[in-house]
Design a protein around this ligand. Structure first.
Ligand SMILES: [Zn+2]
Length: 89
């Protein structure tokens, strides 16, 4: 398998480059280490929203409530969550 395309997380779109970026350090994982547990299983939607919101707060310096809204909006457009309304609350 020689895939020159940098894979991105199917949940949050984060580009996964180093092994640490992948869930469980597994380069075959479809999700990043933020969105999935060490077994590669996607965390609950609200947990992923909270983790991504926290990232936005720390890296973009925006307000937590705005960050939560941003994360929620972004995640809902991603393959892992789009059309999967049963996981949305
Ligand atoms: Zn992710």
């Amino acid at each position: 398998m020689s895939d020159t395309h940098c894979p991105s997380c199917g949940s949050c779109g984060f580009p996964m480059e180093s092994e640490d970026d992948f869930a469980g350090g597994n380069r075959e994982a479809a999700y990043c280490s933020t969105c999935a547990d060490s077994n590669g299983h996607l965390k609950p939607f609200d947990t992923v929203v909270a983790l991504n919101a926290d990232y936005f707060v720390r890296h973009q310096g925006i307000d937590l409530s705005a960050a939560v809204e941003l994360a929620r909006t972004l995640l809902q457009t991603m393959p892992a969550w789009a059309g999967n309304q049963s996981t949305l609350q």
